[in-house]
Ligand binder design. Sequence first.
Ligand code: KIV
Ligand code: ZN
Length: 388
Amino acid sequence: MTDNKIHIFDTTLRDGEQVPGCKLNTKEKVELALKLEELGVDIIEAGFPISSPGDFTSVNEISKIIKNASVCGLTRAVQKDIEVAAEALKYAVRPRIHTGIGTSDLHIKAKFNSTREDILRRAIQCVKWAKNFVDDVEFYAEDAGRTGNEYLARVVEAVIKAGATVVNIPDTTGYCLPHQYGEKIAYLVNNVPNIDKAIISCHCHNDLGLATANSIAGIINGARQIECTINGLGERAGNTSLEEVVMIIKQHKDMGFYTNINAKQLNPLSQLVAETMRMPVQCNKAIVGSNAFSHSSGIHQDGFLKDALTYEIINPAEVGAEESKIVLTARSGRSALAHRFQKLGYQFDRNDIDVLYQEFLLIADGKKEVMKEDLESLAKAHTKELAV
Ligand code: KIV
Ligand code: ZN
């Protein structure tokens, strides 16, 4: 594996949009697609064209305006789905059809009441059908996370032979541990004779909170595409979060990977997605949560004020976030209090701060956060006392 570029396949507009309450209309999807292209994603999964006339139109409109990224449409391993996706993608500069079928024994029996041999045949057939319309065909082996490696390797080899350019290995239920997912990718790299003819893709769900860790294990073991969403949105507990994988790759340069993402746009786009999808971001979310660059305990605040690197591995400006915050709570210390007074234009000496700190603690014990207004009244009262 020589090229260490990690292709970022964004599925905010497809898997992300499947979240109840996150449905987007065409105008919203087009606006977000343009922002995703500006962010630098390599592939935009724009929707599932056969699922509704609205989604067909969204994929169609996105295909017309996106010039640099590939535009992808999802299908089942069904001829009609593929034809409709091809039609929706007909204006795309770089169209991709994403087709596939469940490969775990559970999916084969419970969903399709079928056999491994029949599923293998349908997998080959859908890729061949999609190849009639586009060159770039991605095959997904749904529930690959719970599919036996030997059978998965047979499927992967066969679909590559049929023309798949990308093979997606989804951990659909978020079941795998990172070492298991990594081993699965390594197994394919080592046991599929024509694997060099396709890119391996990781599509991990977050049911056990392992989506990001699993995707990273995937690329360490040979995958070169990660499927992810802004804010980690997606079915159930969500998908791998785009901002997390991008910043892991950026922070850990020693792994030797890179992406084309302009990290400065991560926070603005996260906010836009949260507003457009009406789905707030949890405050402690890595990279884009409102607390991601807030410091509230005295020990941390003191260290941070001496050297930000003591408690921050990312400069907020690097990911387009507001500057770091020193939040005052009953766990805060004197340095933080002095710093906040200074920011408000008050210069107090050590003795003043000692006195003010005791008064501050009384307020802080009574509320969650001591606000600017509380500090103003504390400072004014203290200044008055000094003048008497
Ligand atoms: O989670 C999954 O398996 C999917 C496929 C349709 C790629 O979303
Ligand atoms: Zn998914």
